[in-house]
Design a protein around this ligand. Sequence first.
Ligand SMILES: [Cu+2]
Length: 123
Amino acid sequence: MKFSYQKELLLSLVILGFFVLIQFLPEYQQDSDEVVFEMTTKQWEFEPNQIIVQQGQTVVIRLVSTDVPHGFAIDEYNIYTFVPPGQTVDISFIAKDQGVFEIFCNIFCGEGHSTHRGQLIVR
Ligand SMILES: [Cu+2]
């Protein structure tokens, strides 16, 4: 009877340990320091239109235009990318400077072009 009780206790501890371990796993995965965002662009918005990252992270933006050709630009990071419709374009950079940076479309894409904006926040 006593032996059975100990076995159950041991089993409970193993199960508890397993769940504790699972809780910590995602944090280890974040240490890879790369963040990937899936983003769409269309007349005249980016979706999502704001991305927030930590300084030093490698940022990958997997961008697709769902209508006409657009651009993806961030002046401070010297990023100027052409985004043809229907193709996925990977934009990769290291978020080395902290701040709030404007993402903008640098390819004329219609009457709302000047409002085709987004935001990169590096904390
Ligand atoms: Cu545009």
